[in-house]
Design a binder for this molecule. Structure first.
Ligand code: 5GP
Ligand code: 5GP
Length: 224
């Protein structure tokens, strides 16, 4: 009997299983408020498809570990291929608009998100299902509606960080993390909302760990 073959087959199977196993514990689903991207010192550029709706837009669906670390750029051989999301383009333009300069149709942002984050979840998603899952999550959420139901509007006013978190928890059932940035005058404002999603991308979960950051107790919700 060939002993080298009898040892190497199980090892090969083990290696194959390990290489396809997911190397992360959960996802952060991150949405950005366009008004807070655009009113900073850096300012913004509207996509070539036009000014986005005054709504939260998707930033990304990011594989993350329970200890706070995260994988990135996991498969350099899997570049973003626009033809694979042809059927999602109008929905991506509406729900995942880019605000970075110079103006472009969004391809730069989607490419960055797929290559940096999406390729680390290839054990559960291909390019199409990665973008489709994020779009479906956003439409199931209605974040702005949850805030408005609590009287929290993008009107340039100040709202309690706790009241914002409570309103989102009321609407979604889960505790969000709020990331703040500062406007051109240095005021702390609502920039991004993080919710957590299980490793298969199928449902929201309570976050295993929250990012670190600082918001004032009262934050601005700028107009867009
Ligand atoms: P990430 O935070 O996912 O690592 O990277 C965000 C990258 O996407 C940055 O390099 C940024 O320039 C680019 N980008 C393009 N459009 C947008 C946008 O609308 N919002 C944000 N936050 N980043 C964008
Ligand atoms: P506490 O943990 O007592 O609720 O909040 C202490 C401080 O942590 C707050 O003043 C606020 O600056 C920050 N903080 C609490 N929750 C969040 C959050 O979800 N996002 C951010 N960025 N900061 C928070």
């Amino acid at each position: 009997m060939n002993s080298s073959a009898s040892v190497s087959l199980p090892i090969l199977l083990l290696l194959a299983a390990l290489s396809s196993a997911q190397a992360y514990d959960f996802f952060y689903f991150v949405l950005q408020w366009p008004g807070s991207y655009c009113d900073t010192k850096q300012s913004c550029c509207y996509p070539t498809s036009g000014k986005p709706a005054a709504d939260f837009g998707i930033h990304g669906l990011w594989p993350n570990n329970n200890d706070g670390s995260y994988p990135s750029n996991c498969d350099p051989s899997s570049g973003f291929d626009k033809s694979k999301v042809r059927g999602l383009l109008s929905s991506l333009q509406s729900n995942w608009p880019t605000l970075a300069c110079p103006s472009n149709d969004g391809t730069n942002f989607w490419t960055h998100e797929w290559e940096k984050h999406g390729t680390c979840a290839e054990s559960v998603f291909n390019e199409y299902s990665y973008f489709k899952t994020a779009l479906d999550l956003k439409s199931s959420l209605n974040l702005l509606q949850s805030l408005q139901s609590a009287g929290i509007q993008p009107d340039g006013g100040y709202y309690g960080l706790k009241s914002i978190k409570d309103a989102i928890e009321q609407g979604t059932g889960y505790t969000p993390y709020i990331e703040c940035n500062v406007d051109g005058s240095g005021n702390s404002q609502l920039y991004q909302v993080y919710l957590c999603v299980d490793s298969s991308g199928s449902q929201l979960i309570e976050c295993p760990i929250f990012p670190r950051g600082k918001c004032n107790p009262q934050i601005e919700f700028p107009m867009f």
